[in-house]
Design a protein around this ligand. Structure first.
Ligand code: MD3
Ligand code: FE
Length: 217
């Protein structure tokens, strides 16, 4: 019997996967928002282009970043912080588009966090080889609020550790449209992204873009 090459291959990955207490992976959750997200992203990037920032230790990050919202995450020789002003333009960061807000709030509800009102969206751009080493996100004022992350473009291997740096990370493949909500006990867990593998995404090209929504201030 000949296999039909065009037969649909069933996707066995669950749509909702609990990664840890407070951390939920919602596969494909952003797919219905894609047509609004990508044009809005283009406008943000035109106002506040991606740039590779420097850590306080003097290393240039491989990930290029920008922000939208009333606060943006920045790093330079003096440290990490949230700032209402884009240091490259001297102007406020672009406003957070309604479609961004809506997606973040709806994902938070799906992850059991009501009334999530992010004031910052850090936008990370990975090209092949770019990575993010294991770290905690602790520059925000309110650790009770979750962080919502949206993956677009090339797939990445996300490394999810525990409360201690030495905790062995588990690996998750995050694909275009996947959303993760991180709150409660997992909010301060160590995490990172393995070097991006080369590839070409149908709509995003040779890159991965990750949106992380935060309540920073
Ligand atoms: C888990 N970004 O920007 S998003 C970051 O894919 C960052 O660009 C990664 O880590 C990326 O800080 C991962 C997911 C993420 C964000 C915050 C978290 C995971 C988290 C906070 C606590 C635990
Ligand atoms: Fe992080």
């Amino acid at each position: 019997m000949t296999a039909d090459l065009f037969e649909a291959i069933p996707d066995v990955r669950p749509l909702r996967e609990v990664m840890a207490d407070g951390a939920v992976l919602l596969r494909g959750f952003a797919q219905d928002f894609e047509n609004e997200l990508i044009p809005a992203l283009r406008e943000i990037i035109a106002q506040a282009p991606f740039r590779r920032m420097f850590t306080p230790g003097g290393h240039q990050m491989s990930v290029a970043m920008t922000n939208c919202g009333s606060a943006g995450w920045v790093t330079d020789h003096s440290g990490y912080r949230y700032d209402s002003i884009d240091p490259d333009s001297g102007k406020p960061w672009p406003a957070m588009p309604p479609a961004f807000r809506e997606l973040a709030a709806q994902a938070a509800v799906a992850g059991s966090f009501a009334n999530f009102a992010p004031d910052a969206c850090l936008i990370n751009r990975y090209v092949p080889g770019a990575r993010m080493s294991l770290h905690q996100d602790r520059d925000e004022q309110d650790f009770a609020a979750p962080i919502v992350s949206v993956s677009l473009g090339l797939p990445a291997v996300f490394m999810f550790g525990g409360p201690k740096r030495a905790d062995k990370p588990r690996r998750y493949r995050l694909e275009h449209g996947d959303v993760v909500v991180w709150g409660g006990p997992s909010r301060l867990f160590f995490h990172g992204v393995a070097p991006l593998a080369d590839g070409e995404h149908v709509s995003m090209g040779r890159q991965r873009i990750n949106l992380t929504f935060r309540k920073a201030q």
